[in-house]
Ligand binder design. Structure first.
Ligand SMILES: [Zn+2]
Length: 277
């Protein structure tokens, strides 16, 4: 699943490739991709709209239009392709095509069909809409402070890995970066968050933002489900210190990296460097 750095990379690539085109028509092959609206209303609303901006909150892509926000969550396997109208496409897995007046097309491809799109009038508060009901502030939102994280987490009976993945508090981190953040903190992913002090949350925020910033600069991490649909390959997989490195030596202490399941998620850690509090 693409996480914050991959979604940001997709968004910036789309902005570069598409810029600000006007929508000529919209074809929907799998209506359930659109959440909370029938296909006809979705099409009618989009035709004639221009993409005026590209934004992201957590793992959500937000296309700003003249009168609407078009919101997309890629979930497991969702991908966008920018192609010309004469280019062939994969009819089995392409579920939606937005055609622009300049002859380009934005094609949404999803082998698992878990991704969703939402359309909201831009006269309303986007973050009060259904798509964001369980989405907290973005990792880079200035309202996310060590004090905020401490207030949100210190009384909760969950482990560090779960806290990092909890999108309703701080949005954008998925499994890969959660593993890397725990390693950077030298904390076992099963450390209870109630044992962390304010200064631990200070460090957590610094390391989280550092790792995600470096990953964005590298164009994200390309492993399995996130690939070069837009012709961009991420390079951050070369910088991963624990994720997907089972039995390989820890880059600090040479102890073999362990893999274990934590709350159902594949978790990689160095048993020597990472301790519980
Ligand atoms: Zn180690």
């Amino acid at each position: 699943m693409p996480e914050l750095p991959e979604v940001e990379t997709v968004l910036r690539t789309l902005e570069f490739q598409l810029q600000h085109p006007c929508i000529q028509n919209v074809e929907v092959f799998w209506p359930r991709i659109i959440d909370g609206m029938d296909v006809q209303s979705f099409q009618n609303a989009l035709i004639g709209q221009t993409i005026t901006g590209y934004k992201r909150t957590g793992k959500y892509l937000i296309f700003e239009l003249d009168a609407f926000y078009l919101v997309s969550h890629l979930r497991m396997e969702g991908k966008f392709y920018v192609q010309n109208k004469e280019d062939p496409y994969d009819a089995k897995h392409t579920h939606l095509i937005i055609r622009f007046a300049n002859g380009k097309e934005l094609r949404y491809h999803d082998t698992r069909k878990f991704g969703r799109m939402y359309l909201y009038p831009n006269t309303e508060d986007l973050y009060k809409q259904k798509a964001f009901a369980h989405c907290g502030y973005d990792v880079f939102d200035e309202r996310v402070t060590p004090k905020y994280l401490y207030t949100q987490f210190h009384h909760r009976n969950i482990v560090l890995k779960q806290a990092l993945l909890d999108q309703s508090t701080m949005a954008g981190i998925g499994n890969i970066y959660a593993n890397e953040i725990c390693f950077a903190l030298r904390l076992h992913p099963e450390t209870r968050v109630s044992r962390l002090r304010k200064k631990d949350f200070e460090q957590l925020l610094v390391e989280t933002r550092r790792i995600l910033t470096q990953a964005m600069a590298a164009g994200g991490t390309t492993i399995r489900s996130y690939t070069s649909s837009l012709g961009v390959d991420g390079r951050f997989q070369l910088s991963l210190l624990v994720h997907a490195r089972e039995n390989e030596p820890c880059k600090i202490c040479q102890t073999p990296i362990q893999k274990k399941m934590v709350k159902g998620r594949g978790t990689y850690l160095c048993p020597h460097c990472q301790r519980k509090k």
